[in-house]
Structures are given as structure tokens and as C-alpha cells.
Design a protein around this ligand. Structure first.
Ligand code: GLU
Length: 530
């Protein structure tokens, strides 16, 4: 790599709640930029308008700021290489697409959607991997330019060499070789003129003078395409480093089904930003080796990390995002707080004035003195202990009780799917969205059993202020977090039972009147997964 000043970036897409994976990438990119005395950039990757979610960009800023992962250049703070929102850079992409085609590295493709659909169907029927057959690849470029100028709809594709391989060097994996036969002539600019992720990302990384692309492992397979795009422009490829995916305890890719993944959840649940950063720093790294006898020290600060972290030495074996470990690390930071700092931060956590103000209408009817505040408001102010005995309606015999526990597990899963999509998070919308859940109560359940399970999950109690108002005040991330905790507090039904249930859901019997509706119908399992 040349001796350009180090510039790193993260490029989150505003498609939902700010994710712990974004913070992990942010942390490492910030550390590497600081180590190199350079800049850390925040770019908003918002070219995919279908997945765009209003409010998500602000939530990303808020969460990263809470963590102290401050960026030197970004949409809100500006900088010399802006704009830093991809949706504001379309003219740049268009200009570069023309250049790319003129260099022969890409070509215009005028194949109709019907032709491409038919092609795909034929290939599928022959059990081949669907891919573009290259019909427009060798058409006369002047003819393509003329048709494009006449306004004929088309896309721009990458011209992948027909034989040979592309080798990319990954900082952690060394050389990784991809046969061209496995790559596609990917679309770089769509018919609507918007670039795809691959093209926009490469153009931006070059124009923003990024020297190190440090991103999640799932992008490794895109690396050869990016190498071809950089080469097509005649640009120098930045250092590439694909970070290991964070995993659930069972080694599957981290998902909100198994762990809370929203950064706002951790903030609202009272984790310390330095605790969460320390924990993320441990993903693939053992900590500074400055303990006794050169032992690594697993409790450290961001500054420690800047001093001691070595990206190239990161371990690749999928690091496990273990909530128990996170609590343990967080506790170490908490217990190290001087009493005065503790007091200030405890006060800020408990007595955020706007939070208390919102609490007033819910708790005032239930208290006579301030002495009762903590008790009435306990589940707003602090964590709850999940009570399986309250989550599941009481049944006479043990087998009936076990069946009810199974149903409660499924009911909480349905609720999670429905609640995930509630936006904005208001009591009225929650009420509306959850009506279908009550109507779809499992056999032998009454709607009130479903709502009791929800109440017990968010509060650990059977009597609370009104459910929807309580959820609104608790906020989305904490409500979903607690529902997930409640589910994990119940025995997980067998794989068979889960499959049976899935099948029943896919072919639902005549829905009871009022079930579902635009906001109430549960979607197939897996939807809404991170
Ligand atoms: N928008 C992509 C993401 O959400 C960025 C990937 C990259 O860093 O290139 O992860």
C-alpha cells in the first residue's frame, strides 16, 4: 500500500435499528484510523430505496455517538469529500458509469426483463445457476451509446473476463482466488439510473480516498467484483480486511431472535458505552498483553485498544456474542466508576427528565407518595426477571402445562414478528397491530392469556399500567428485548413441533373474523431477521 494517510469508513444502510455489528465495524475502523493518525468516515449507504426506513439514519448517528465512536467526516458533520449520503451522489455515479463503459470495463445491456426472466427460467429448468448469458457483451459500443442517448432503457454491467481468476489479498486471510467462471456480469447501474451497492461502494471508496476497507465477512465474496471494478477504472485497490461475523452461542450468525442486536437496546437497558465497546473489542482479540507476565487483560478502554490492537493479528474463528460475558465486562467498568461519577451517571440513567415526564400519567394513578415510585415504576426504570409461571396460563395436568408453555413460546414469537413492524411506536399502533394476536390465540387460550404473556414479559408482573401505554413508554428496543428474554426463559419446542407449526401457518385454516389485517398478520418465520 502506498503511504497515503490512513482513511477508513463504515457504510451502514439505514434499513432498521442500529445494529451491534455496525458498532463492531465502527470500533475497528475508528481504532485503525486513530492508529494511523488518519480519518474515520461515516457514509450512509442508502441507494436501496426499497429497504429504506425513515428515522434509521438518525438512530445510527445517535447510537454511534452514545458509544463515543465519533467520525471525522460524515453526512451531519460534512467534510472535503462529501456528500456522504449515497443518494446525494447520483450524478457522480452516472459520470463514472459513462467513464467505465468508455474504458471497455463495462457495457450497456438492453435485454428486456421478459428476456432475462425467460433465460432464468430455462437455466433453472436445466438445474444451472441463473446468470446473464452475455448477449449484449460484444455489441458495438457506439451503437449502445446511440441507443442510450435516445433514451432506451438499459443497465450497465461489469465485463468479467471469460476465463482466468481474480485474486484478492485479504489482510486476515491472505490471497483468496475466485475463478471468473463463478462470477457474473453484475449489474452496476440499474435501469432507473441508480447504482448497485458494488458500483457505488467502489466509486465512493476511491473518491473518498479510503485506504483500508474493513467490513463484515459476508462481503468477501463481493471482493473480486470490487477488485475488477477498481482495475477497470485503473485505480489502486485499498487494503481489504473482512472481519469475522459475530455469532450467537450456537454459532449461527448473530440474530435478534437469539440476542438483542439493537444498540439502542443496550443503551436503554443501562449498559455503559465503554462496557459495550470493550466487549466488542474482545471479538477476535484477547485484549492488551500488558497484564502480569505478559498475560492479556480483558478489561480495557478505547485508548488502550488504540495503543495495543493489531488488526492483522485478529483471530478469525467466529467470535461469540455472549450476553453473559458482556454483562461481566460491563460490570467491571461499572464497579470501577468513582462514587461521584457513579452518582452522576446513575442519576442521568434514572431521572432523564423527559422519561419521568412521560411516566407521570402511568404511575400517578397508582401511587400516593414518592416512596412508592420505585415500586410502581420498577419495570420502566430497571431490568425485569422473567417469570415462566406468569408467562404461561395455569393448566391442570403436567402434559397440559407443557403444551401451554409450548404455545406461549410460539405466541411470543408471533408477537415479536408483529411488533417488529410497528412504526411509529405508539400505544394506538400497538393496540391495532396486536389485535390479531388475541384473535389468533392458540386452542384453549383466551385473548387475555396472550396479553397476559406480553404483560408478564415486559414487567415480570401480572398487574401494570395499561399494556400498550407501558410498551410505548418502555420503547421498542426494550420491549422487543424483553419479549425475546421471555421466550428464552421458556423451553424451546422440539424441531418437529416448530416445523408442524410452520406448516400450519403457511396453510392457515379459515382465519377467525378480525384476525390479521394489514398490520396484524404474522409473516413467515425468518422475516425481520437481522
Ligand atoms: N452497506 C453495506 C453494509 O450495510 C456496506 C458494506 C461495506 O462496508 O462495503 O454493510
Amino acid at each position: 500500500m502506498s503511504d497515503r494517510p490512513v482513511r477508513t469508513r463504515i457504510a451502514p444502510s439505514p434499513t432498521g435499528d442500529p445494529h451491534v455489528g455496525t458498532a463492531y465495524m465502527g470500533l475497528v475502523n475508528l481504532v485503525v484510523a486513530r492508529q494511523g493518525g488518519g480519518q474515520f468516515l461515516l457514509r450512509i449507504d442508502d441507494t436501496d430505496r426499497t429497504r429504506y426506513r425513515a428515522g434509521s439514519e438518525e438512530a445510527i448517528f445517535e447510537a454511534l455517538r452514545w458509544l463515543g465512536l465519533t467520525w471525522d467526516e460524515g453526512p451531519d458533520v460534512g467534510g472535503p469529500k462529501g456528500p456522504y449520503r449515497q443518494s446525494e451522489r447520483t450524478a457522480l455515479y452516472r459520470e463514472h458509469a459513462d467513464l467505465f463503459v468508455a474504458r471497455g470495463a463495462g457495457y450497456r445491456c438492453f435485454c428486456s426483463k421478459e428476456r432475462l426472466d425467460a433465460l432464468r427460467d430455462e437455466q433453472r429448468a436445466r438445474k444451472e445457476t441463473p446468470r446473464y448469458d452475455g448477449r449484449c457483451r460484444d455489441a458495438d459500443p457506439a451503437e449502445g451509446a446511440r441507443r442510450a442517448a435516445a433514451g432506451e432503457p438499459h443497465v450497465v454491467r461489469l465485463r468479467v473476463p471469460t476465463d482466468g481468476t481474480t485474486t484478492v489479498r485479504d489482510l486476515l486471510r491472505g490471497d483468496v482466488t475466485f475463478p471468473h467462471a463463478d462470477l457474473q456480469d453484475q449489474v452496476l447501474v440499474k435501469e432507473d439510473g441508480f447504482p448497485t451497492y458494488h458500483f457505488a461502494s467502489c466509486v465512493d471508496d476511491h473518491l473518498m480516498e479510503i485506504t483500508h476497507i474493513i467490513r463484515a465477512e459476508e462481503w468477501l465474496t463481493s471482493a473480486p467484483l470490487h477488485a475488477l471494478i477498481f482495475a477497470g477504472f485503473g485505480w489502486e485497490l485499498p487494503v481489504l480486511c473482512h472481519m469475522p461475523l459475530l455469532r450467537n452461542a450456537d454459532k449461527s450468525k448473530i440474530s435478534k431472535r437469539k440476542n438483542p442486536t439493537s444498540l439502542l437496546y443496550y443503551r436503554d437497558a443501562g449498559f455503559l458505552p465503554e462496557g459495550l465497546l470493550n466487549f466488542l473489542g474482545l471479538m477476535g482479540w484477547g485484549g492488551p498483553k500488558d497484564g502480569e507476565g505478559g498475560a492479556s487483560r480483558e478489561v480495557f478502554t478505547l485508548d488502550d485498544m488504540v495503543r495495543h490492537f493489531r488488526l492483522a493479528e485478529l483471530a478469525l474463528g467466529g467470535p461469540v456474542f455472549d450476553p453473559a460475558k458482556l454483562r461481566h465486562i460491563n460490570a467491571a467498568h461499572l464497579r470501577a466508576l468513582p462514587a461521584r461519577t457513579f452518582a452522576a451517571r446513575a442519576l442521568a440513567f434514572l431521572a432523564d427528565e423527559s422519561r419521568l415526564e412521560a411516566l407521570a400519567p402511568l404511575v400517578l394513578p397508582r401511587m400516593e407518595t414518592f416512596g412508592q415510585l420505585a415500586q410502581v415504576a420498577d419495570f420502566f426504570l430497571g431490568d425485569v426477571t422473567q417469570r415462566p409461571d406468569l408467562l404461561v396460563p395455569a393448566r391442570k395436568t403436567p402434559p397440559e402445562q407443557a403444551a401451554a408453555a409450548e404455545e406461549a413460546w410460539f405466541a411470543l414469537g408471533d408477537a415479536l414478528e408483529v411488533l417488529e413492524r410497528v412504526d411509529p411506536w405508539t400505544a394506538a399502533n400497538l393496540d391495532q397491530a396486536c389485535r390479531g394476536l388475541g384473535d389468533a390465540a392458540p386452542a384453549g387460550w383466551k385473548p387475555k392469556d396472550v396479553f397476559m404473556a406480553l404483560r408478564a414479559a415486559i414487567s415480570g408482573k401480572t398487574a401494570t399500567p395499561p399494556l400498550w401505554e407501558s410498551m410505548e413508554l418502555l420503547g421498542k428496543s426494550r420491549t422487543l428485548g424483553r419479549l425475546g428474554d421471555a421466550r428464552r426463559a421458556l423451553p424451546e419446542p422440539s424441531k418437529k413441533a416448530q416445523e408442524r407449526r410452520e406448516k400450519a401457518r403457511r396453510a392457515p385454516p379459515a382465519a377467525p373474523a378480525g384476525a390479521g389485517g394489514p398490520t396484524g398478520a404474522p409473516t413467515p418465520a425468518g422475516a425481520g431477521e437481522a
